[in-house]
Structure formats: C-alpha cells, structure tokens
Design a protein. Structure first.
Length: 280
C-alpha cells in the first residue's frame, strides 16, 4: 500500500536555455568532446522540461545564456539559496567561472541578499536543503568540486547546520548526481557514491530514504526535481521511478539525452529559488 503524500508546494525555479550548449572540454567523466551534441534536440528537450515544471504549477525564471559558456545550461550550479539569502558559487574549473557573475546579477536585480563565496563551491550541485529536519539542514558534498571549507562558510552565510558528505566515485562528481531531496523530511540517494562514514550518517538521519541502485544512479535518476509529490526525473531511470511510486510519489519522466552528454540531467538544469518567508 502506498502512503499518501502531502500536497505539493508551489516552487520557484531558475533555468538557462542551451543556446550555446556544447561539449568543448572534459571536466567530468561523462564529457567527451569527440561526441557531437545535437543542439536543436537539446533545446527541445530543455523546453519540455521547462513546460513540465510550469504545467505542474511552478514558476520558472529564465536566465539568458551567454556565448562562450557552454555549461551555463546547468543552472543549478550557479548559487544556493535559503530563505532569501544566496550563497554564490565559486567554480573550480576556469571554463565555468564566469557563470557566477550572471547568477549574481540575477539575484541582485531581484533584491535578494547575495553573499559571494570565498571558498570553492558549485551551488546546488553540492548543496541540498532539507527544510523539515533540525529546523532546516543543509547536506553538502565534497571530494571533487566543492572544498570542505565552503561547508563552514555556507553555514555562516545561511544560518543552517551543514552535514558534510564525502563523495568517492568520480562519476558522481556533484552531490546532486547521487542524492535528491524528495520532500521536507525525505531524500533519495545512491549509497555507493559516498564514503563508508557518509553512508552511516545518511542512514542515521534518513532511515526511510528511497535508495537507488547502480543502474538508476548511472542513468542520472537521482538528478531530479521534486515538489513533495511530483518527482521529475530522467526517463532512463525506470527502476527508481517504480520505487518512488511505491513510496507514494508521482514520477514524471522526461528525456534529456543531449544534456546528459555534459554530465547533467534534470536537477543540473534547474536551480530552486527559496525566497524569504512572508512576514506575518
């Protein structure tokens, strides 16, 4: 018997179209510059993802793409926000560093509190927010892209406890390739992406987590977006979709074959904007 989930929350998201998307270099194990990208198909798949989110009732803001930044389509990496405060990204690889300025401008234009990072981090690529645990806890990955020092900096900037989780498999180079927040209390993750100690921490904090197997993790199934009921995920992750449905969620499959060539899927393309709660 499946459990009944609470109604989904309306969310705000930020996406950037793949107008200049290409695989021109290799900064993760999934990228191969010798593999041709069909940019027209990438655009159609990206637009389907955008429409899927808006059809679910969410607001999607669009960040204009910039020439010379082929990875800017992965909008989740540009910053991380909690309650109207934004901790900016500081990219590890020089090919992506100019993306941070575009995200900075987006938040400043909307009056958000934006704190530039001193430490290397890649936004929601390595930070995830679980609002119903400990009054709001941040799960933070490290090992490949984000420095552990950024975890302490994020805690000071955002005023939320940060749990550091070591990633050990380079195929899961960002936290959001191996772990996803499903609702206010629950996550899904692939244990094999994490160190033994991190696995123990996750098992203790989230005993009811939905676990992914190797096949669905490698299909970018955990690189998903959830509103608490609907879970938008890569269509190739069929086993995970079944486990999510059994847990009471409603999987919504989208195909992102072209954007996977850059090492990303649904979540990489979607930054969640968490504005300050309304004052009472």
């Amino acid at each position: 018997m499946t459990e009944q989930r609470t109604p989904p929350m309306t969310r705000e998201y930020l996406m950037c179209p793949p107008q200049h998307f290409a695989v021109e270099y290799a900064i993760n194990p999934w990228m191969d510059p010798a593999v041709e990208v069909d940019r027209e198909l990438a655009g159609k798949q990206w637009e389907l993802l955008r429409v899927t989110l808006t059809d679910l009732g969410h607001t999607v803001h669009v960040l204009p793409a910039r020439a010379g930044l082929p990875d800017m389509v992965y909008a989740a990496n540009g910053a991380f926000s909690v309650d109207g405060t934004v901790y900016g990204a500081r990219f590890r690889h020089p090919q992506r560093r100019s993306e941070a300025a575009a995200h900075h401008r987006f938040y400043l234009d909307r009056g958000w509190t934006y704190i530039p990072a001193s430490e290397t981090n890649e936004g929601e690529g390595d930070f995830a927010y679980v609002p119903g645990v400990a009054g709001g806890v941040i799960l933070a990955g490290y090992g490949f892209r984000t420095d552990p020092a950024a975890h302490a900096e994020a805690q000071e900037v955002l005023g939320r406890p940060v749990v550091s989780l070591r990633l050990v498999d380079p195929r899961f180079y960002h936290l959001d390739t191996a772990l996803a927040v499903l609702d206010e209390h629950r996550i899904a993750y692939f244990p094999g992406a994490f160190s033994t100690a991190a696995q123990r921490v996750l098992a203790q904090l989230f005993p009811d987590a939905v676990l992914a197997d190797d096949a669905d993790a490698l299909a970018f199934g955990l690189n998903l977006v959830s509103d608490g009921r609907h879970v938008v995920l890569n269509s190739a992750a069929t086993g995970l979709a079944q486990r999510l449905a059994a847990a009471g969620y409603r999987p919504v499959a989208v195909e992102l074959t072209e954007l996977r060539k850059g090492g990303g899927s649904v979540k990489c393309c979607v930054a969640e904007l968490r504005p300050a709660p309304p004052q009472t």
